[in-house]
Design a protein around this ligand. Sequence first.
Ligand SMILES: [Zn+2]
Length: 109
Amino acid sequence: MGQIPGRNEIANMPFSKSDLKSLLDYLDRPNPPVCTHTFKETLEFLSEKNLDQSKVLPWLQENGAGCDCEVIFNVDDAWGEFVGRVYIDEDSEDIVVKPKESKPWWKFW
Ligand SMILES: [Zn+2]
């Protein structure tokens, strides 16, 4: 799994932690439509939330996402833990919360 983002990455986020979490939760919802290899779902979410897609889309692309399914694939890997996403383990019915890193991100070591 990805590392916790550094302070510069966090400072450069184009939207809030909770908005990013909502976006990931939205794209990763049960039975999503098949990805059309565009940002269709992402754009719907951004316009509903009144977020600036001209800032968010380049940021998603910098984080390795070229379409909706790659947001889940690449952005969630790097940022999911940081924004507090909860993951369901498909082999069991239990909710799995990823273990915390031993070093808190806000401390400068
Ligand atoms: Zn895709």
